[in-house]
Ligand binder design. Structure first.
Ligand code: PLP
Length: 395
């Protein structure tokens, strides 16, 4: 297919040229005497994206799923109880991992399209007088449904119950795109991955861990080896790794952080919000519905969109790919065949969003979905025009 293909899945995301060039370097000596001068500031700078001053960053050659495992096995002992809500494929998979690793999970099932039920969490935490719950799991952004949860609300529930459980957040599809405040929310472990907001290839689990969680890790009895925080911390302290690090990915991460800091994190978050809002305006103009059940849950990184009854979203996504080289996300698990997803995160601008929206419109038209061609694109254009940064707006 000639021309550029459109990658609008919610990760992996488009990799900016600066990051691609940074990754495309000769292999280097992982024990070189000058490596720490590069890695030590890198570890510190990663923490800035999590908004953590006192935590410790860990970079594991892995993906986000490995980060989940690291969080659980480093801090919990077999049979420990965790509190978690299930309202999408990724919250489901993290719970499934907990069960397979031998933890007891107090699962709160919530409708797919809603976020963490903070009130129910608050009640469970208050009722847990003997502090059997050792960790509370929160998917900050459920990528399957396009729902962002209220981590500050969960922190408040923990505080009001005077509960000492650790707070874990899955920020795989939010961190570096949506505001995340590890220190303010006193999150104990936040997990992310390289291939979404960090705009890199897949291959790094990026974590930030509080001092409280690190202290707890000393007594946690779960079996672990590769993902052991203590092994990693001991060698990281001097700027090295306990096993061969993917140095090209570390170079890529440096370039990614440089881009994020040059734009300014707050601006990155605002940009994501503005682009996401354009997608939402388009969805509304098409007469379609988001999976996110209320505005406060709408995600700024991914929109899951229901097709009208009678249309198969798998066929829809397949057609977009085959006919136009446009990659959209499929619906997963409970919403498979019913929703398609537009990933709007990472290295993204207005024109790219308009490309995605016009590709969706072409596909809607081809699939016979009733809507007015051009309506979504027009709504997005109006939104972009109305919200143009002041210095660009024409009088
Ligand atoms: N958590 C969320 C919210 C995700 O979106 C994903 C992947 O898309 C994961 C965890 C799993 O991460 P990975 O695929 O990098 O292992």
């Amino acid at each position: 297919m000639p021309g550029v293909r459109g990658l609008f899945i919610p990760g992996p995301t488009n990799v900016p040229d600066a990051v691609r060039r940074a990754v495309d370097v000769p292999m280097e000596d992982q024990r070189a005497p000058d490596l720490p001068a590069f890695t030590l500031p890198l570890f510190e700078d990663v923490k800035k994206v999590f908004k953590s001053r006192t935590g410790q960053a860990f970079l594991f050659p892995s993906s986000g799923t490995g980060g989940w495992e690291a969080a659980l096995t480093n801090t919990l002992s077999p049979g420990d109880k965790v509190l978690a809500a299930r309202f999408g494929q990724f919250s489901h998979l993290w719970i499934d991992m907990c069960i397979r690793l031998g933890f007891e999970v107090d699962v709160v099932d919530a409708p797919w399209g809603e976020g963490v039920p903070v009130d129910i969490f608050a009640a469970r935490l208050k009722a847990d007088r003997h502090h059997k719950i050792k960790a509370v799991l929160v998917p900050h952004n459920e990528t399957a449904t396009g729902v962002t949860s209220d981590i500050a609300g969960v922190r408040k529930a923990l505080d009001e119950a005077d509960h000492p459980a650790l707070l874990f957040a899955d920020g795989v599809s939010s961190i570096a795109s949506i505001d995340f405040r590890m220190e303010d929310w006193r999150v104990d472990i936040a997990v992310s991955g390289s291939q979404k907001g960090f705009m890199m290839p897949a291959g790094l689990a990026i974590l930030c861990v509080s001092q409280k969680a690190l202290a707890q890790a000393q007594d946690a009895q779960s079996r672990r080896c590769y993902f052991d925080f203590a092994d990693m911390a001991r060698v990281n302290k001097d700027g090295y790794f306990p096993y061969t690090p993917p140095t090209h990915m570390l170079r890529g991460l440096r370039a990614s952080l440089d881009l994020l800091f040059a734009e300014g994190l707050e601006h990155v978050f605002q940009r994501h919000h503005r682009l996401a809002e354009a997608v939402r305006q388009a969805v509304s103009a098409w007469g379609l519905k988001l999976c996110a059940a209320a505005p406060h849950w709408q995600s700024d990184t991914v929109s899951a969109i229901y097709l009208p009854d009678g249309f198969d979203s798998n066929a829809f996504v397949r057609h977009a790919y085959k006919a136009y080289g446009l990659s959209l996300g499929v619906g997963l698990s409970k919403v498979a065949g019913r929703v398609f997803r537009i990933g709007h995160l990472g290295d993204l601008n207005e024109l790219m969003v308009l490309t995605a929206l016009s590709g969706v419109e072409l596909t809607l038209r081809d699939q016979g979905v009733p809507f007015t061609a051009g309506s979504g694109v027009a709504a997005a254009i109006e939104h972009f025009h109305r919200t143009q940064p002041a210095q660009l707006a024409k009088a």
